[in-house]
Every structure is written in C-alpha cells, then in structure tokens.
Design a protein around this ligand. Sequence first.
Ligand SMILES: Nc1ncnc2c1ncn2[C@@H]1O[C@H](COP(=O)(O)OP(=O)(O)O)[C@@H](O)[C@H]1O
Ligand SMILES: [Mg+2]
Length: 228
Amino acid sequence: MSNNVVLEACGLGKTYQDGQITVEVLKDVHLTLAVGELIAVIGASGVGKSTLLHLLGGLDQYTSGNVRIQGVEWSQQSEVERCRLRNEKVGFVYQLHHLLPEFNVLENVCMPLLIAGEKPLQAQEKAADILDKVGLSHRLRHRIGELSGGERQRTAIARALVKKPACVLADEPTGNLDQRTAEKVYDLFLELNRAYGTSLIMVTHDMRLAERLEKVYHIVDKKLERKK
Ligand SMILES: Nc1ncnc2c1ncn2[C@@H]1O[C@H](COP(=O)(O)OP(=O)(O)O)[C@@H](O)[C@H]1O
Ligand SMILES: [Mg+2]
C-alpha cells in the first residue's frame, strides 16, 4: 500500500441477516481514496450508500472483503481500538446533524478533542477557531435547539473537521436543507475540506452536487462504478 492512500476497500461485501431473510446490499466493491481526494457516491434511495459509508468508517462489520484506513484493517481491530481509530482518523457528517442537544455549539465541537484527551482550554481554542471558519462565532454559547437547520449542519461540519481527520465521510450532508441553504453549506464544506487537505467521501442522491467533485461513483447492482 502506498502512503498516499487514506482508505482502501477491496472486494467489499455486506449481507444483512434478518432472521430467515438475507439481503445482499453490496458485493465486490473496490475503492481507493487518496490523500486530499474528494469523491462523491451517488445512487437512489435504498441502494446501500449509507451501508457503504458505515463499512468504510468502521461503524458496521462487512461480510466479505476488507477495508483499510491508512493501512489498518477495521475487522482486525478490537471494538476499543476501532473507537480510537474512528476518533483519530474519521470525521462523520450525517443528514441529520446528530449533535448533542443538551450541550452548546462550542461544547459539541470540543467533544471529539476531549474524547481524544486534549486539555479543555486547548480544545476550546481549536473549536472556536473552526467555528469561526464556518461563520458561527456569534453562536458559541447557543444550544443546538436554538440554531437554524443550516447552522446545525455547519456545527456538525465543524465537529467533523476539528481534529483535522484523515478523511471525512458525509452522508447526504445537505439533504435536509432548503436548496439555497444547501448550496451555501455545501460550498463551505468543500472549501474547508480543500483548505485542510482532508479526503472526503460524500454520499448523495443529488447529481448536481455530486458533479462538483472530481470523481463520481454510482452504486449499481450492488457494485461501485466510476462515472466520472
Ligand atoms: N440493519 C439492517 N438490517 C437489514 N437491512 C438493512 C439494514 N440496514 C439497511 N438495510 C437494507 O439495506 C439496503 C440499503 O440501505 P441503505 O444503505 O440505508 O441505503 P441508502 O443509504 O442508499 O438509502 C436497504 O434495502 C435497507 O433496507
Ligand atoms: Mg442513506
């Protein structure tokens, strides 16, 4: 494996087992994500986009093949080690923000740093810095419930990027916003990833947004196909 590779999936497959019923969602998926590369994965609802992101990010277990993050295979790690690796190397952004409502904006963005053992003051400085970059300096002490949809997603983006992870995995990050807000948040998101040199895999069903990235893949017949 070259040092230039952040994430690599080889012959990846996932079958869900629900009692008597087995559902094969992904089959023989190959993907290489290089340092600083931004790629989009598109596909209709239910084709396995979220499943793919969960496998790539070590959140769910694959049934065949393997995924390596900076050369380390998820399935070879203990649960504790997987948690540590995720915290260190991966930033997640979801369609619904998944922020903690009982904490304010600054505290939410500090969380990944505190979990990694950073001192509170240092964590606050870093969090405030990235919140400034996403235009939320004036909202640091606001609870999540007091924010607009766009502000929540910008907070979620700040939280995903605050540790400057090797890669960000985003699952329809603007899917829940109105079109104008979605465009703005999306542009900001790409700009930040590029500025940080973070690799990005973005899942969407919006072809227009996907087209702005240099590489686009489709999930077709359980496999990943390069379209652009
Ligand atoms: N935990 C699960 N158990 C059984 N089937 C699941 C589970 N999660 C997802 N699926 C099925 O896998 C398929 C892909 O789901 P998903 O990855 O969420 O698709 P997408 O994100 O593209 O909409 C769907 O048919 C869904 O019903
Ligand atoms: Mg999904």
